[in-house]
Design a protein around this ligand. Structure first.
Ligand code: FEO
Length: 387
């Protein structure tokens, strides 16, 4: 339970959640961390807290540096309970602490905890001196919630961007140059796809708001801290929030007796023939929070379902509902599937893709089992629509 030094008198004091595997529906196969940071200056400042069940772990780390009751300021950059969950315990221990939060943060925290803490609401751009250092606050509404705010420490060039730039990744390593960049970037991409994809415009605005800052360290509230690869993650965020896609087709489907799977393969062949990268995602084998990672940078989103009891398969409905909520933009959709007699599923998939504002390719619908000729025709039909 040791703290980790970022710079002189500035420490990571968060909690490592090795066991979490489901974060409100998002599979977190590598666990997570909730990052809190302690700044020891004339005013002792804690930036964010951790999920309630890791509060003791955080307090133990803080106690290695200072007595937690001596904390003067607690900055709540974000109301969501993975970061605010330990506030009741912290504010009880640090009885004289002032709780700094954004304009929307205060009502949000009151509505969560029903406590009359000593709040100080800060405006966007406002600064507070804590001794030889300054805390500057920038509101970044909807990156992730209306209350979201980032804190910047100009003297040390450290940005605390809360959810932004984070990853669900439990590790004892704290910095980007101590861990596999492939894994970090994959988890950062998964985090963006599942948590922030819907908020592309607020994320772009947040990137703009921080673009003039000199940053040596970007210390998010989940996962690894950036110090050697800040440019890489910022440029990935620029690309993702601009909805830039690659020449890639993700083919997402479920199948009952293999017919929709055969159609999926025929569609894959068409994309391959045209030089488009493909990824097959069977929904009985892949969780929707993993499938959405490939949706993030794919130009073509092909979704297939057979008809089951007059409907698309529940796995497909679940994925489409999830994707509609995350609202990827500038994608091209393709609905496909097999059926026995009533055949509603393909039309239902098509409607959901349309609701997700996708441009649509011609749908593909096959009764019972496609033979070799039908599969060849499917490949040709899809190919003919690709440039
Ligand atoms: Fe990590 Fe929006 O909370």
């Amino acid at each position: 339970m040791q703290p980790v030094k970022l710079k002189d008198d500035i420490y990571w004091v968060g909690g490592i959640d090795w066991a979490v595997r489901n974060f409100h529906g998002y599979l977190t196969q590598r666990g997570s961390t909730y990052n809190a940071y302690l700044i020891v200056d004339e005013k002792i400042t804690l930036i964010d807290t951790v999920k309630y069940y890791l509060c003791d772990e955080m307090l133990e780390r803080i106690s290695k540096i200072v007595d937690p009751s001596k904390i003067d300021y607690v900055v709540s950059n974000h109301v969501e309970m993975d970061h605010s969950g330990s506030l009741p315990q912290v504010m009880e221990i640090a009885k004289n602490a002032t709780l700094i939060t954004s304009t929307k943060g205060m009502p949000g925290l009151r509505a969560h905890y029903h406590k009359d803490w000593n709040f100080k609401v800060v405006k966007s751009g406002e600064s507070i001196k804590i001794g030889k250092r300054t805390l500057t606050f920038v509101h970044v509404p909807m990156a992730h919630w209306p209350d979201s705010m980032v804190t910047y420490l100009p003297e040390d060039k450290i940005l605390f961007p809360n959810d932004a730039l984070g990853q669900h990744l439990a590790s004892t390593e704290r910095f980007d140059d101590e861990y596999s960049m492939g894994i970090i970037m994959h988890e950062a991409k998964k985090y963006y796809a599942n948590i922030l994809m819907l908020y592309d415009k607020p994320v772009s605005a947040a990137l703009k708001a921080i673009s003039g800052l000199e940053i040596d360290i970007a210390a998010p509230s989940h996962g690894i801290i950036w110090r050697s690869h800040i440019k890489d993650i910022v440029s990935a965020y620029q690309k993702w929030s601009a909805n830039e896609t690659e020449n890639k087709a993700v083919i997402i489907y479920d199948s009952m007796w293999g017919s929709t799977a055969k159609i999926a393969k025929a569609i894959q062949t068409a994309f391959e023939n045209k030089g488009t990268a493909t990824k097959m995602m069977c929904l009985t084998k892949n969780h929707i929070s993993d499938v959405i990672v490939d949706v993030l940078d794919a130009k073509y989103i092909c979704v297939g379902s057979p008809t089951l009891n007059n409907n698309m398969m529940p796995t497909v409905a679940s994925f489409l509902t999830y994707m509609k909520g995350l609202a990827p933009k500038n994608r091209i959709g393709l609905a496909f599937g097999s059926f026995g007699w009533s055949g509603q599923s393909v039309g239902q998939v098509k409607e959901m893709l349309k609701d997700t504002k996708m441009e649509l390719m011609e749908q593909i619908k096959v009764q019972y089992v496609p033979d070799e000729n039908t599969l060849k025709e499917i490949t040709e039909k899809v190919e003919s629509q690709l440039s």
